[in-house]
Design a protein around this ligand. Structure first.
Ligand SMILES: NC(=O)c1ccc[n+]([C@@H]2O[C@H](COP(=O)([O-])OP(=O)(O)OC[C@H]3O[C@@H](n4cnc5c(N)ncnc54)[C@H](O)[C@@H]3O)[C@@H](O)[C@H]2O)c1
Length: 286
């Protein structure tokens, strides 16, 4: 498939990442089919996209008249079969292997043979996900960063069987979206989360052990290391459930105890303190 032939993109999962991915594709002129399991999640995603577009208008990034056109390009649905007309599909459901495998198998059955299937996984083996489909050569990791409309990096991960053509198209697609793709090979957590998650985990241990408050940990990293956000603010933005899931993948993949998830992170997730998206994590949000 040529890059020009990619016009309709399916996004599976309309959460933090899915709504951002839908936003950037629609802003770039693509027709988007955004699929989630409940109508209320789709309504929430559309509201978030509308608010984020308003922010872009205020910043002068897009014109006021563009908002309605961008929103009109996004078709939300709970009906999985609607993705059949997509030329490219990106899965952005929660970071759990069993769930991803079942969503990807179903998507593989519905999509045309030539369509490329990508996963926004943060840490799970792209080779494993690809092998569950009948198109491992047309399967790739496309790891967008949060918040998707703002962050330029896309980590592009080649599975063992990803074809050169799929890789080239995906890199081109990232560039068309105005993103900066960086190619990496398949390993647990790739580069981004193999480096970032142990930092967040260690910051959580500092809070657990009473070394410092969350505010103090973040202040040290911002003021001392010039990080734009502290690791715990960033964990709240990512979602503490997502952080726990990724640490579990790193531990399973490398079997080193250094990847053991901080019990405080697990406790917060058990309490429903998932970070910004639930109103409370290391910090409270109104
Ligand atoms: N949050 C981040 O900062 C971040 C950054 C990069 C990558 N990721 C990755 O992106 C993926 C999604 O993460 P998220 O933070 O958007 O999660 P999220 O929990 O915010 O959203 C996931 C969405 O998927 C939906 N979903 C569940 N089962 C589904 C199904 N069968 N079909 C369609 N939709 C379904 C859920 O209802 C939810 O709306 C994960 O793999 C995560 O690791 C997350």
């Amino acid at each position: 498939m040529t890059i020009e032939a990619i016009r309709t993109v399916a996004v599976l999962g309309a959460g933090t990442m899915g709504n951002g991915i839908a936003h950037v594709f629609a802003r770039c002129g693509y027709t988007v089919i955004l699929r989630d399991v409940e109508e209320s999640f789709l309504v929430r995603a559309r509201d978030t996209i509308a608010k984020n577009l308003d922010r872009e208008i205020k910043k002068g990034k897009i014109e006021e008249g563009a908002k309605s056109k961008i929103l009109a390009r996004i078709h939300t649905t709970t009906d999985f079969s609607q993705i059949a007309r997509a030329d490219f599909a990106i899965e952005a459901v929660p970071e759990r292997l069993d769930l991803k495998l079942s969503v990807l198998r179903e998507a593989d059955q519905l999509l045309r043979p030539e369509a490329i299937l990508a996963s926004n996984t943060s840490s799970i083996s792209v080779t494993t996900l690809a092998a569950a489909t009948g198109r491992p050569d047309r399967f790739i990791g496309m790891h967008f960063m949060n918040p998707v409309p703002v962050m330029t990096l896309v980590e592009v991960i080649r599975g063992l069987q990803t074809s050169e053509d799929t890789f080239t198209r995906t890199m081109q697609l990232c560039e068309k979206l105005g993103k900066k793709p960086v190619a990496v090979n398949d390993a647990p957590g790739f580069v981004s989360n193999r480096v970032l998650m142990p930092l967040i985990n260690e910051a959580a241990f500092c809070v657990l052990e009473g070394v410092a408050t969350a505010e103090a940990v973040d202040a040290v990293m911002k003021g001392g290391m010039n990080h734009p956000m502290g690791p715990l603010e960033l964990a709240d933005l990512i979602g503490l459930d997502v952080c726990v899931d990724i640490m579990d993948v790193l531990l399973a993949g490398f079997s080193y105890p250094k990847y053991r998830v901080c019990p405080l992170l697990r406790k917060y997730v058990a309490a429903g303190w998932l970070g910004r998206k639930s109103g409370r994590g290391f910090y409270k949000y109104s």
